[in-house]
Unconditional design. Structure first.
Length: 222
């Protein structure tokens, strides 16, 4: 082979080798991250999602009972039976979770929490829940002529995006008298409802302690 031709061939081979080396380097950079790195990233994402889940009240954070301590149940999916008469229709479109509490006597409580897609939707849900509670006394009387119900508002609380406290007293024709305190609070996309109930009337309701419990419940959402 003449020297000139051989030199040209060598030049083509050199250029080809350089191009191939560059392509291999690009391919190496484009390879997926090692499995260990991917697993670490996934674990971090899961941990972040778990940390963001709303937390529930503990038994010790309920209004103190003078003769019994509180016991907390497990966190459960759904809507507790005690909240259905007032709030079931407002909660039908949502996935909710709740925790029930009880004492050794007649006093009991619940906390329900819902997380929706945006803060605007959470605000709308909280507004509707407050409206449903305010109108619940009238609806209870219409549903059962043997029951008389009365509503009392206890105002708002300046916690996160706000909370409102309500009172509901029912008396049946056979003499049963029950008092319930309910609150609705919101933080971002999360809305929580807290309910406290026992035998008695408005004068037996621990409103100040219940407001403190409500503030704690809203602060624990995130």
């Amino acid at each position: 082979m003449p020297k000139r031709i051989r030199a040209g061939a060598l030049t083509v081979l050199a250029i080809t080798g350089l191009t191939l080396g560059t392509a291999l380097a690009v391919q190496a950079d484009a390879r997926p991250a090692p499995a260990a790195a991917t697993k670490t990233a996934t674990t971090k994402a899961v941990a972040m999602n778990t940390a963001a889940a709303p937390r529930f009240l503990a038994a010790a954070q309920l209004p103190p009972h003078p003769a019994s301590s509180w016991t907390a149940g497990k966190v459960t999916d759904g809507v507790p039976d005690e909240l259905r008469p007032c709030l079931e229709e407002a909660l039908l479109a949502y996935d909710s979770r709740y925790r029930a509490f009880h004492t050794d006597l007649d006093t009991n409580a619940r906390q329900l929490t819902v997380v929706v897609g945006s803060a605007a939707k959470a605000k709308a849900l909280a507004t509707r829940l407050n409206k449903e509670i305010r109108s619940c006394a009238t609806r209870l009387e219409k549903a059962d002529p043997e029951t008389e119900a009365a509503y009392k508002g206890y105002g708002t609380l300046p916690v996160e995006e706000g909370a409102r406290v309500h009172g509901l007293h029912t008396v049946t024709s056979w003499g049963a008298s029950d008092i319930r305190l309910l609150s609705v609070g919101r933080d971002g996309r999360a809305v929580t409802v807290v309910e406290w109930a026992q035998l008695g009337g408005f004068g037996d309701a621990p409103v100040k302690a219940f407001k403190k419990t409500t503030v704690t419940a809203v602060n624990k959402l995130y």
